[in-house]
Design a protein around this ligand. Structure first.
Ligand SMILES: [Zn+2]
Ligand SMILES: [Zn+2]
Ligand SMILES: [Zn+2]
Length: 350
């Protein structure tokens, strides 16, 4: 994520701000230019600004009432209760950050392969007579709104013995299933995918059932980013994809703040020195990204520990996982250059 400021008074702004707290001007995010805009300007707010859940802008003369991110909503929670509004807001904060990353990667929100169109859409639903399962199905990402409740989410985290569970992580994981369809499914890259992640043609339901009864193999962390990633190659991809997005967004933030890591009492041999990098989306050499990512994690984990917080990035990237991440980075770069060369898609363009 870039760092933004108010163009009226230069006060720093968070991505989620809809008002500058210094000069009082209204501000909003323009997804077409990925910039924060201080109003008045020839823009209008997304209709969801009325509910305080979106600060994205639309050109004033556009027929659309929703912004790029909110047009992807298919089902939102019933707004009859304040609690649902609170949960929905948490959802939208995470979703907008996901959409930002996808825009930075120049990935589409609809695509057509073999005459079939598949669009990225969101259903945010509450348990009713049936339990809502968080997951992905043909482009539609369903998220149970109870996951937007911190106490519930922590309970699930402890029940499942997970080290990290966030709403943004859910969005990133589920989007991975959609972008597997886009980037891999019918592409020559499928062969390389199978070398790295295994045979995706194995029965999914059986594989998941086996995982839930047997758990992950003892040496899972040699080859996988998480225990759940061992369940099926699609889940491995989605788990690793979430980490790819974690890494790219955080590296961009580090770049935007000019952060470099240079421990005062250690020399370069310690391997925890990192210079400022260019913005990571423009870096083709994945080694350069990973060389910065590891020192940043060590430094920020240490900062968090100083505050008594849990580690910011409680994971170890094995060489095998790094190769999986490298494959994703290269595939995304290739895809965006193919797209620029004429692939028919809409999504990140108005
Ligand atoms: Zn201002
Ligand atoms: Zn919106
Ligand atoms: Zn999944």
């Amino acid at each position: 994520m870039k760092v933004y400021t108010c163009s009226n008074c230069h006060n720093p702004l968070y991505f989620e701000n809809s008002k500058c707290l210094h000069c009082g001007h209204s501000v909003g995010f323009d997804p077409a230019t990925l910039a924060m805009v201080t109003l008045p300007a020839p823009y209008k707010y997304c209709k969801n600004a009325e509910y305080g859940v979106c600060n994205w802008l639309i050109p004033a003369d556009s027929d659309s009432s929703f912004c790029l991110a909110c047009t992807l909503n298919r089902v939102i929670p019933s707004l009859s209760s304040d609690e649902n509004r609170r949960l929905w807001k948490n959802m939208e904060v995470a979703k907008h950050r996901l959409i930002y990353s996808l825009l930075r990667l120049k990935l589409p929100f609809t695509y057509t392969r073999s005459g079939q169109e598949e669009a990225l859409l969101f259903d945010f639903m509450a348990d009713g007579s049936t339990k809502v399962m968080t997951g992905h199905d043909n482009g539609v990402i369903t998220i149970n709104i109870e996951e937007a409740d911190e106490a519930e989410r922590v309970r699930h985290k402890l029940d499942l013995g997970e080290r990290y569970r966030t709403l943004l992580g859910h969005f990133r994981h589920e989007s991975g299933h959609y972008y597997w369809d886009v980037l891999i499914k019918d592409d020559p890259a499928l062969e390389k995918f199978r070398q790295l992640f295994g045979d995706d043609s194995q029965d999914y339901a059986t594989a998941l059932a086996t995982y839930y009864s047997n758990g992950a193999p003892a040496d899972w962390n040699q080859r996988f980013i998480s225990q759940y990633a061992t369940a099926h190659p699609w889940e491995d991809w989605a788990e690793t994809w979430a980490h790819y997005l974690h890494m790219m967004d955080t590296l961009e933030t580090a770049w935007a703040f000019g952060i470099s890591i240079d421990p005062v009492e250690l020399d370069a041999d310690a391997g925890i020195k990192a210079n400022v990098i260019r913005e990571p989306y423009g870096v083709a050499d994945f080694n350069k990204l990973i060389k910065r990512w590891l020192p940043i994690c060590f430094a920020v984990n240490s900062l968090n520990r100083s505050m008594g917080h849990a580690d910011f990035y409680p994971f170890i990237l094995s060489p095998t996982v790094i190769e999986k991440l490298r494959f994703m980075h290269e595939r995304c770069l290739n895809f965006s250059s193919e797209s620029v060369a004429g692939r028919a898609y809409k999504g990140n363009l108005y």
